[in-house]
Design a protein around this ligand. Structure first.
Ligand SMILES: Nc1nc2c(ncn2[C@@H]2O[C@H](COP(=O)(O)OP(=O)(O)O)[C@@H](O)[C@H]2O)c(=O)[nH]1
Ligand SMILES: [Mg+2]
Length: 265
């Protein structure tokens, strides 16, 4: 619990069997976590057992992809504050505390892995990846005229449940460029958003997204195309939820909030 709010941690997993148990234990040991959810995205054999051994609830998502795994985890979580992380040893629950303390004043708190002093030896954040991330982040910041950004690919982030529920119908990206879709949506919704430095450590095992430069460039270009398109279209032409979902969504909020949201669709 954090300030009377339940805290959920979501770990998508694909190829992290050897670090899953430690990541789950680390999350519990931070002392504020009420629920750990591991999303088994057709993960390496034995991963689900390791997650359960670490005290996590395991859910299966068969649609392959970083985005679809995280969306499934968010949908399963029951907490008021939702922390998304990775169980590959790169992130530390020590930084959950930073996210939680900023959540007192912000709706969405993003981590940034590009602050030199917090990049550990052996972490997969060489100059090319770092400058690339920072460049796409600055481009996004200018496009949306928002708070300072220095990273677009950091999984570690916190969402208030209310912000998540409002953005949820707009999440469509199943693949590795889901992170910036959430970022753009949080700006388009006018949430209070901040990005803070987090530790970034050496990964246990091989990275399957940004491990190769060619793949990283591909993901970066998709991210640029995605945020540019969202800036041009705003929220108007992104898929709108079915009417009955709207009704449920609007019912839970004050009339004023609902009117603002409905008017802007
Ligand atoms: N590559 C990949 N990662 C996935 C998939 N589904 C979930 N993930 C998760 O996405 C996260 C990022 O993957 P990772 O290989 O660590 O890439 P990196 O963080 O860019 O080095 C990990 O927590 C994976 O478990 C998938 O289908 N492919
Ligand atoms: Mg990783």
């Amino acid at each position: 619990m954090w300030q009377q709010q339940r805290v959920s941690v979501i770990f998508p997993t694909y190829n992290e069997r050897d670090s899953l148990y430690a990541a789950c234990r680390d999350a519990w040991e931070c002392g504020f976590v009420d629920e750990v959810i591991v999303v088994d995205n057709n993960a390496a054999p034995g991963s689900a057992d390791e997650a359960r051994r670490g005290g996590a609830r395991v859910v299966r998502e068969t649609v392959q992809g970083y985005g679809s795994a995280i969306q499934r985890g968010l949908a399963e979580a029951t907490g008021d504050l939702l922390i998304v992380s990775e169980p590959d040893g790169t992130f530390s629950a020590h930084d959950f505390l930073k996210l939680l303390s900023y959540s007192d004043d912000f709706d969405v708190v993003y981590g940034s892995r590009t602050v030199l002093q917090l990049i550990w030896g052996g972490a997969n954040m060489g100059w090319f990846l770092r400058i690339g991330n920072m460049a796409v982040a600055k481009y996004t910041e200018l496009l949306f005229n928002t708070s300072q950004l220095s990273d677009v690919g950091c999984t570690l982030r916190l969402l208030r449940r209310s912000s998540y529920e409002q953005m949820r119908p707009y999440f469509t990206v199943k693949g590795s460029h889901f992170g910036p879709q959430m970022m753009a949506m949080s700006f388009l919704h006018g949430f209070r958003v901040i990005q803070i430095p987090v530790n970034y450590r050496r990964r246990v095992g091989e990275s399957s997204v940004t491990g190769s430069t060619t793949k990283a460039i591909g993901v970066g270009l998709r991210m640029i195309a995605l945020v540019s398109g969202l800036r041009l279209r705003g929220r108007r032409r992104v898929p709108v939820p079915a009417r009955h979902e709207w009704a449920v969504e609007l019912k839970g909020r004050s009339n004023e909030e609902a009117a603002v949201s409905a008017g802007s669709r």
